[in-house]
Design a protein. Sequence first.
Length: 247
Amino acid sequence: MNITNKTILITGGGSGIGFETAKLLSQKGNKVIITGRTEARLQKAAAQLNNVYAIATDVNSETDINNLIARIKEEFGSLDILINNAASAYTYKFGEAVNAYDKAADEIQTNYLSIIRLTEKLLPVLSQSIEAAIVNVSSIVAFVPGINLPTYAASKAALHSYTQALRYTLAKTSNIKVFELMPPLVNTEFSAEIGGANGIPPQVVAEGLIKGFEKDEYELHIGQTADLYKLFLSSPQEALNALNQDR
Ligand SMILES: NC(=O)c1ccc[n+]([C@@H]2O[C@H](COP(=O)([O-])OP(=O)(O)OC[C@H]3O[C@@H](n4cnc5c(N)ncnc54)[C@H](OP(=O)(O)O)[C@@H]3O)[C@@H](O)[C@H]2O)c1
């Protein structure tokens, strides 16, 4: 698909993969709206880039989401691409003295339910675009769980399933293309606790998304995700063992 002259919303666009994606898309002549909860970080991020606008929003707050959509309509008039990138994650193992229920509730809310709500509310706006897209950022753990992020992995598996169903439905009924970006370990703040420093740079993930847009490739297995996915297709058990060998 064409990725210039579009208006694009990136949730969690003030840092990491979202920020690098905002940078590349703004350089390609798009208007990019970035959101996140931390106003100061967002403003700092937007100030470094051209044509990037910050709107502080908690994806888990329906009031914030309604306000965001009203501002998009009023200040931008249209929206062509929604990138659901914001997420939360907890690193722990089952059996440790942790409150897994609360952690899972936050992950499911942020990484799954809030995406469903925002997407549903934006579908009428995206439908008015000549060529629109939704990108859901899941993970390598969407098809093989990492046991040190067990409930996060489950939330991304739910997102993967939802994304496939959404893609198939919208392909038949609309002009909206549905992409899924599946990064491996990436060096961002998010992954610091799980050895993220050994991960690939977030710019590489952003470049992978741009290539995916250009080729209309809908499920994007970035870096090591591609190898693990191949192994998963031949042997789900071997893929599970491979991802968890050091854990
Ligand atoms: N890093 C990895 O190894 C890795 C691997 C695979 C997939 N991913 C996925 O990549 C995406 C981006 O992660 P990242 O690595 O770039 O991490 P990051 O730099 O920590 O970015 C996450 C962003 O989400 C925002 N956010 C979190 N909760 C939010 C909420 N309730 N409302 C609005 N914004 C919220 C954060 O901003 P505020 O805190 O200011 O709200 C932050 O800007 C996530 O979906 C993650 O699951 C990451």
